[in-house]
Design a protein around this ligand. Sequence first.
Ligand code: FAD
Length: 427
Amino acid sequence: MVQKVAVIGGGAAGLCALRHLTARPEQFQAVAFEQNSRVGGTWIFTNKIGKDENGLPIFSSMYKNLRTNLPKEVMAFPDFPFKTGAPSFISHEEVLQYLENYATHYRLYKYIKFQTIVETVRPLKGDNNTSWELTYCPVKERDQSCTELFDAVIVCNGHYSVPLYPDIVGLEDFAGQVIHSHDYREPEKYADLRVVCLGAAASGQEICLDIASKAKQVYLSHDTPFLKTDLPSNVEQQPGIKYLTKSSVIFSNNEEVEIDALILCTGYKYSFPFLTEECHLKIEQERITPLYKHLVHTQFHTLSFIGICKRICPFPQFHCQIKFVLSVLDGSTVLPSQEEMDRDTERDYQTRLEEGLPPRHAHTMGPRQWKYNDDLSCMAKFEPIPKVVQQLYDYVHDERNNYLSIYKEVDYELVDDTIFKPIQRYK
Ligand code: FAD
């Protein structure tokens, strides 16, 4: 029997889901819902902040000067390489173009309902192969809802859109500019200013460098060990913020400096506003349960979530997750019992806690991602991601840790499935 599958989102994950679903028309009939008018999700740059023309919160957190922090040689879906040749670290426009090319190449556009927002997703029964009722409406006519039934739902709605704001004593009294990195667009606004970037994960590091090109002084404030890397002369690392006054920041080492602006690079929240209570999905301290392999709902096997994991090589992992989900839907992978899956999830979580990670890192992967991807490919019997992807990813990770300001000035070439070659551009 052909299964009707709804895909929520037309970013990289949603496109990857569609590409594999539509390749098997004898088994799946797919529809994707995308609230924007084009594919690409997070890679669609806009200067706007706040609300869009339809009154929806601006979705993308992309900024003008962003270049990828991974070389395109590892970013690509395994079945659709970027065009070869330099440079390796490309602009957001080039990634968007790549995703559009992917959608064109696999003829995905006809399966996407654009400018359509999914409002509710509800299981029809309580058992693991339940079907689903979706309501959706055009973004311009929110009162014109339609209801449609699906055999399965694949959620691909991204998780870099809803800012996570920290509690900072004195924040309301601070008179300077305050934004979340979600609303950061360009460094020109910070010309000659003294700026604090709070948070030193990928966004904090990259935005700090971008701003340093124009600002007078940038303080990279964070509670993690200080980066041991090259930084521009106008960037200084400081520990986290103790409190703010009207015009200054007091760091937790009690140092006080006058500042003009604060950028909160403090991450994002998972958000699934369309899932009804009957979906039994819990988010506590940025941990989503009950998901087997960060992916399949352990009570409802016909509900899955692509792209939940953080600190990963995203597109290759989406590929693995989709292949796994389709093998669950077609019955070729038989999932363990609900209790066993919940135990597996709990074990994974406890290991992280034992390593000293806080609960909000329940879905953080880092070095774990390769075994995770391989486990999925082994369980669902599909071709694993070539080893060269891990090798180049790990190499660039080290380069970035040591040479943050210049690591993007090197290009790479994949020689074969196990060997890559750096092409040194600058000494
Ligand atoms: P998204 O791209 O967020 O797409 C989700 C889609 O779902 C959106 O189009 C949205 O409109 C749609 N949607 C959401 N809710 C609904 C709804 N209710 N109804 C209909 N549609 C809905 N990755 C890399 O590989 N390399 C990088 O260099 C890199 N840099 C990054 C820099 C920044 C600033 C950010 C924010 C992310 C970066 N990433 C990078 C990670 C990037 O998020 C992933 O590569 C990937 O694009 C995520 O794809 P996605 O499909 O999961 O989510």
